[in-house]
Design a protein around this ligand. Structure first.
Ligand SMILES: [Zn+2]
Length: 351
């Protein structure tokens, strides 16, 4: 019996001893979060054998964590309906445990195959509720000597069907589109508002987010569809967050004006609406883009509010409700006039 089998057996025995205490739902959410963190930390299998391989050490370190997660996943799957999210999560985690065990033992070939299988299953587990179908993103070996293919070859799948949100101001509505996964950048015309937009499709390798003032700076390491590797950086002041793990298929949606409007995680259906630095949803909707009045409100936000803890809480609240307020004001002229009167009364009092 190999180390992988041994570890899976251990998780099964632990699960049998301590069945799921929490009902499906909250407990499973916590488990999914921890599993996502593990999937993101899964090391790339070593490219060749080395005496002290960092990937091997990392695998040895992660293996006990993975086994304990797997035992919780087995228990959760036992308590949940067969074939549901919990079952898929347990399958994905079992593949991760086997991949980590092979890497921890220094078995490179098996580790590479198992890690690819683990990534595919990890993506599969999220297909329930995902916003795209057909044509999975590339999961092939960097270079497959037998087949003579590489991860960077165009994909054989002819089309990818995806539900994309229009990033144009005032629209932000979803429609189904089809595209070729052979390259990363595609132009679309919104089926709802007929404005053009651009989508840049990438598979996530790793993501970093850090706060700078009221903005969050994102740096994503990605494999663009069709080939290559890139780092994408952008700022967001919406107060929202991007939840994505290694292997997720993301699309960066640029409005016709060229500004990044949204980042959509096609594997989970989550959308992060980007608010650029200096954005002021409601005032922009009321006064129009580029209006001089906007500067007064931005100055107030950046100099007065952002400098105080209660002000920052207010900014976060505003960014949470601001976009929907702005949408309402744009669609309902009476509401827009009311908002304008409110803002006009406030403006002379701004310091
Ligand atoms: Zn549109």
């Amino acid at each position: 019996m190999g180390l992988g089998d041994e570890m899976v057996e251990r998780a099964r025995a632990e699960a049998a001893q301590s069945p799921a205490s929490a009902p499906a739902g909250e407990g499973t959410d916590a488990l999914r979060g921890e599993a996502a963190a593990l999937a993101a930390a899964l090391p790339e299998p070593p490219a060749y054998r080395r005496a002290r391989d960092p990937a091997r050490e990392k695998a040895q370190e992660l293996l006990p964590v993975a086994v304990s997660l797997l035992s919780r996943a087995f228990a959760a799957a036992e308590a949940a309906p067969a074939g549901g999210r919990e079952t898929r999560l347990a399958q994905a985690l079992e593949a991760q445990v086997r991949a980590l065990a092979a890497m921890a033992e220094g078995d490179i070939a098996a580790g590479d195959d198992l890690a690819r299988e683990a990534r595919a299953l990890w993506r599969e587990r999220g297909r329930v509720g995902a916003l795209f179908a057909a044509g999975a993103p590339p999961t092939r070996k960097a270079f497959d000597r037998e087949a003579g293919t590489s991860r960077y070859d165009p994909l054989p799948e002819p089309t990818l069907a995806a539900e994309l949100f229009c990033p144009n101001q005032g629209c932000q509505r979803p429609s189904p589109y089809e595209l070729s996964p052979a390259h990363a950048t595609h132009r679309f015309r919104c089926a709802r508002c007929e404005k053009p937009f651009t989508g840049h499709f990438v598979e996530l390798r790793s993501a970093q987010a850090r706060s700078i003032g009221s903005a969050t700076h994102y740096a994503l390491r990605v494999f663009p569809l069709g080939g290559g590797e890139a780092t994408l950086e952008f700022d967001d002041t919406s107060g929202g967050s991007l939840s994505a793990t290694q292997g997720d298929l993301l699309v960066l949606l640029y409005a016709g004006t060229g500004s990044l409007g949204a980042v959509e995680n096609l594997s989970t259906g989550q959308v992060l609406w980007i608010a650029p630095k200096g954005a002021c949803f409601l005032a922009t909707a009321v006064y129009g883009e580029g209006a001089a009045e906007l500067d007064d409100f931005r100055r107030f936000r950046d100099r007065v509010l952002a400098a105080r803890a209660w002000g920052r809480a207010l900014i976060r609240l505003y960014f949470a409700v601001g976009p929907s307020l702005a949408r309402m004001a744009r669609r309902n002229p009476a509401l827009g006039r009311l908002a304008r009167r409110g803002l006009e009364a406030l403006r002379p009092r701004l310091p």
